[in-house]
Design a protein around this ligand. Structure first.
Ligand code: ADP
Ligand code: MG
Length: 256
């Protein structure tokens, strides 16, 4: 069994600007997230949450420190990591505050395109996209334009798109900020389901304390320092994702 972490960071630091405009947005982040673990990241505005997320997502390189995804070293200091674009496409799914769906494509086409850029055929990507839409409860909206969907439905399609290539990790930056609390909670529950059923490591930046029970672990960030929350974190469920995976494997074996 593969016991590597979904995400591991070592001494991850990000400094913007220099001289008297210097801002240390993230300082020495040491974070481990297991496969199948769903993590909330809390913290006031400007505390460095997006800096952490975009560094781990290989969008915004750190100034120093290392990032491992699925045990693989993917960033070492500020030097550009070769192949990061391809790695990102295959292994990292993003969900943003607004769904960022392409407005002139239908919901299902927005999911399909994520597969097609990775070489899937039109037919195979349609089938897979439809399965995902079904899984996320928006299959009946497949052929609608994004503007015809509610905010919650748009975010579900965005989650389907993020899941399309079975990423090792999903990073979501305030994905429910534009939703009412009930819809927001439903989307948070989806992240939990995805983590536990697919063994994906999921990090969700959120301000919403009401849905924290959905998460396995809560991290807090303040002034660039990230740490495990003492007040919000439940007792750790070691190997949770692996257990789920084993159950799934067994079910598949039973079905064969
Ligand atoms: N591109 C940038 N250039 C300079 N400073 C930045 C940049 N991006 C973020 N910062 C600063 O880094 C700090 C952390 O920002 P950010 O990661 O966006 O925080 P959060 O997502 O928690 O609101 C803030 O002080 C912010 O002003
Ligand atoms: Mg932010």
């Amino acid at each position: 069994m593969d016991s590597t972490f979904a995400i591991e960071t070592r001494g991850l630091t990000k400094v913007y600007g220099s001289g008297n405009t210097e801002v240390v947005a993230m300082r020495d982040a040491e974070v481990t997230i297991r496969r199948g673990e769903v993590v909330a990241l809390l913290g006031p505005s400007g505390s460095g949450k997006s800096t952490f997320l975009t560094a781990v997502g290989l969008i915004n390189p750190p100034s120093s420190g290392r990032i491992f995804i699925g045990g693989e070293l993917v960033a070492d200091g500020s030097k550009k990591f070769r192949g990061s674009r391809m790695f990102r496409r295959k292994h990292i799914g993003f969900v943003f505050q607004r769904s960022n769906l392409i407005p002139f494509l239908s919901a299902i086409e927005n999911v399909k395109i994520a597969l097609e850029i990775n070489g899937w055929s039109a037919t195979a990507s349609r089938t897979r996209a439809m399965e995902l839409m079904d899984y996320l409860g928006v299959a009946d909206r497949a052929n609608y334009a994004p503007t015809m969907l509610s905010g919650g439905q748009q975010q579900r399609v965005a989650v389907a798109r993020a899941l399309a290539n079975q990423p090792s990790i999903i990073l979501a930056d305030e994905p429910t900020a534009a939703l009412d609390s009930e819809r927001g909670r439903q989307v948070m529950e989806l992240f939990g389901k995805v983590a536990h059923e697919y063994g994906t490591g999921v990090v969700v930046v959120t301000h919403d304390h009401r849905a924290l029970d959905v998460f396995d672990t809560v991290f807090e960030m303040e002034d660039g320092i990230i740490r495990r929350s003492k007040t919000e974190t439940k007792s750790p469920k070691i190997g949770h994702g692996d257990q789920q995976k084993n159950q799934r494997d067994r079910r598949q074996e039973d079905a064969q």
